[in-house]
Design a protein around this ligand. Sequence first.
Ligand SMILES: Nc1ccnc(=O)[nH]1
Length: 154
Amino acid sequence: MTAVSLDNFDHDSHMRRTFALANEAAERGDEPFGSVLVRDDEIVREASNRIVTEDDIRRHPELHLAHLAVREMTPGERAETVMYTSTEPCPMCAGGMATAGFARVVYSVGAEDLAALTGGTPSVRAADVLGDRTDVVGPVLLEEGLAVHESYGW
Ligand SMILES: Nc1ccnc(=O)[nH]1
């Protein structure tokens, strides 16, 4: 089988899966964030925010997927993997993702939009943590990503 180039992944469908995961988290009582790992255009891992139900600040989906990826995938596999995530990773998660060494992260809602929604201050940008290690792409499908947060009602 020929590997599918990262640029030809089915971006919209992978991103929409993160929105569904974010909505599931909100329904469970957690915060509205979801993420997937995609390799060769297939979703290989999924996670959603569980900071409330696990009572654990580390349970952002992005950090959890970085943790699983380092434990379960080879460095070569991680270097071919793209994370899609409903909202730009925070600095905690971007730090873990730098260790994982993914090829790219694609987000919908950016840190500045999130801060405006939550009334917080914008965090350090993911690109400033990830540097040259991982491409950072976004915002994509922004209206749909914002709708996830609007329905949560921060
Ligand atoms: N991107 C994110 C921001 C905040 N919390 C999360 O779980 N994810």
